[in-house]
Design a binder for this molecule. Structure first.
Ligand code: G6P
Ligand code: ZN
Length: 542
């Protein structure tokens, strides 16, 4: 039944920050998905007879590619394929399933927070046996292979019924369709004090969770409403849809505006949260207060010991380079190491595997821990709930106490989206050319202390990643970072990250745009954003 099919390479299958992401019509070209999946398998060794996990966020084209991937996995010699019912597995749940069932690796089908639908985005990412995204060594090999691929393997067999939990056969390979939520919910129960959170809900605590018609709907209903007793209706937009209901499933202040407005209104519930297309990002909003992802990481790290899974303390904290330095102060206080990595969750994998870090986070709304090897939206929500249940204070009070204690890192990210690639590259090149000349100069009254292009040496395997973003540091600790997004599918996205540290107790309650006003002007002056892009302001501010 195994068939070798001749194919010709596509030149554009280079995995980005988080796997291969393209528009659906690109993926629908003849053999496009097949070429990439075969390139993944051809870049791996020793998987004969082992288990592969396959799951996706349910977006448009998910089911088609899952059928293709199952056939190819069988033809390539995997002994068992575990797939989520309906083709669904959130990204953190997939990571957990890979680890829990001792799989060789997994295919995660998602374009994360990008829109879904017939002309929107799709993606395929390979995760290794630790449950985390493949390191660059593997993604580079996949890209190299995709450029010369001339055949793929498949099997002639009817489609598997993905809607029924059970065991099926594809040739000699076993296909297990599993409940996508069960393993994940069980893991959460080991980490958090469900009894305390249940008592808090029973006492009248109110919450709104926006699943954005994406993958976390069924997870959130089961955990928040069924197991923790949150009121029915706590989970909004809880039914996953192939086009996310036409919305952009990115839990930020622009795309989750409704939740934000609710949380700022007079009848706001106590706590609001949202997650993205594939369930690995989080948005955290208290009544009347938005907590930035960078602050959330720091506040979670400072309070993590209140949850049973972290009662023994943290081994270390890791954050991506553009994430604010708030967590650095917590690490210092705890007497543990702080690791600064390039953007991309894959860079945390080695630190977590080596037991060097327990909690990790990124400015891009990703927070997680060593319980899996992906960031985890609902995990962050549950850790916050656990902390709220123990401290019995409002989010506002907890944040204010935190800032009074540690100082505040005012922070914002300005995105310029769908910029012509040439213009964006020219901006970055011009900036890189000037780095050596910048230190000592003054911009908008701010003196530049250092300017460099971030380079990372992995402390575990010694691998070096260069050109990870331009950092401009100012006297007094303010910072601007410039980098190009690695996840966009249209032109280039320029990201400008702005940060100012404030320790003066009388200046801790400013509006962020006011606190960052001089840095915003300095960023344009240093990089010539308007000049290179023709834009007068960012498309998205988070
Ligand atoms: C994905 C990755 C993250 C990363 C984010 C932003 O969500 O999993 O690790 O921080 O993309 O990446 P970008 O390259 O678009 O800034
Ligand atoms: Zn995501």
């Amino acid at each position: 039944m195994i068939r070798t099919v001749a194919t010709t390479p596509y030149g554009d299958q280079k995995p980005g920050t988080s796997g291969l992401r393209k528009k659906v019509p690109v993926f629908q070209q003849e053999n496009y998905a097949e070429n990439f999946i075969q390139s993944v398998f051809d870049s791996l060794e020793g998987f004969a007879g082992t288990t592969l996990v396959i799951g996706g966020d349910g977006r448009y084209h998910n089911r088609e590619v899952i059928q293709i991937a199952m056939r190819m996995a069988a033809a390539n010699g995997f002994g068992r394929v575990i797939v989520g019912q309906g083709g669904i597995l959130s990204t953190p749940a997939a990571s957990n399933v890979i680890r829990k069932h001792g799989a060789f690796g997994g295919l995660v089908l998602s374009a994360s927070h990008n829109p879904g639908g017939p002309t929107e985005d799709f993606g395929i990412k390979y995760n290794i046996g630790n449950g985390g995204p493949a390191p660059e060594r593997i993604t580079d090999a996949v890209f190299a292979r995709s450029k010369v691929i001339d055949r793929y393997l498949t099997i002639d067999a009817p489609d598997i019924d993905l809607d029924r939990v059970g065991t099926f056969s594809l040739g000699t390979t076993t296909i297990e369709v599993i409940d996508p939520v069960a393993d994940y919910a069980a893991l959460m129960e080991t980490l958090f004090d469900f009894a305390a959170i249940r008592a808090m809900f029973a006492g009248g605590f109110r919450m709104a969770f926006d699943a954005m018609h994406a993958v976390t709907g069924p997870y959130a209903v089961e955990i928040l409403e069924n197991r923790l007793g949150a009121a029915p209706g706590t989970v909004r937009n809880g039914v996953p849809l192939p086009d996310f209901g036409g919305h952009h499933p990115d839990p930020n202040l622009v795309h989750a505006k409704e939740l934000h407005d609710l949380m700022m209104s007079p009848d706001a519930p106590d706590f609001g949260a949202a997650s993205d297309g594939d369930g690995d990002r989080n948005l955290i909003i208290g009544r009347g207060i938005f907590v930035t992802p960078s602050d959330s990481l720091a506040m979670l790290a400072a309070n993590a010991h209140l949850a049973p899974g972290y009662a023994g303390g943290l081994k270390g904290i890791a954050r991506s380079m553009p994430t604010s330095a708030a967590a650095d102060r917590v690490a210092e206080r705890l007497g543990v190491e702080l690791y600064e990595t390039p953007t991309g969750w894959k860079f945390f994998g080695n630190l977590l595997d080596a037991g060097m870090a327990t909690i990790c986070g990124e400015e891009s709304a990703g927070t997680g821990s060593d319980h899996v090897r992906e960031k985890d939206g609902l995990w962050a929500v549950l850790l916050w709930l656990n902390i709220l249940a123990v401290r019995r204070e409002s989010m506002k009070a907890i944040a204010a106490a935190y800032w009074a204690d540690y100082g505040r890192n005012y922070y914002a990210r300005h995105d310029y989206e769908a910029v012509e690639t040439d213009r964006a590259n020219a901006l970055m090149a011009a900036l890189r050319d000037r780095l050596a000349a910048l230190p000592g100069t003054t911009v908008q009254g701010l003196t530049i202390a250092f300017a460099d292009d971030f380079s990372y040496t992995d402390p575990v395997d010694g691998s070096v990643s260069r050109n990870q973003g331009v950092r401009i540091g100012f006297d007094g600790g303010s910072r601007i970072v410039f980098r190009l997004s690695g996840t966009g599918t249209e032109g280039a996205t320029i990201r400008v990250y702005l940060e100012r540290y404030e320790a003066d107790p009388s200046l801790l309650a400013q509006e962020t745009p006011d606190a960052l006003a001089d840095l915003i002007l300095a960023a344009d002056e240093i990089a010539g954003i308007g000049r290179f892009t023709g834009r007068t302001g960012p498309d998205v501010v988070t």
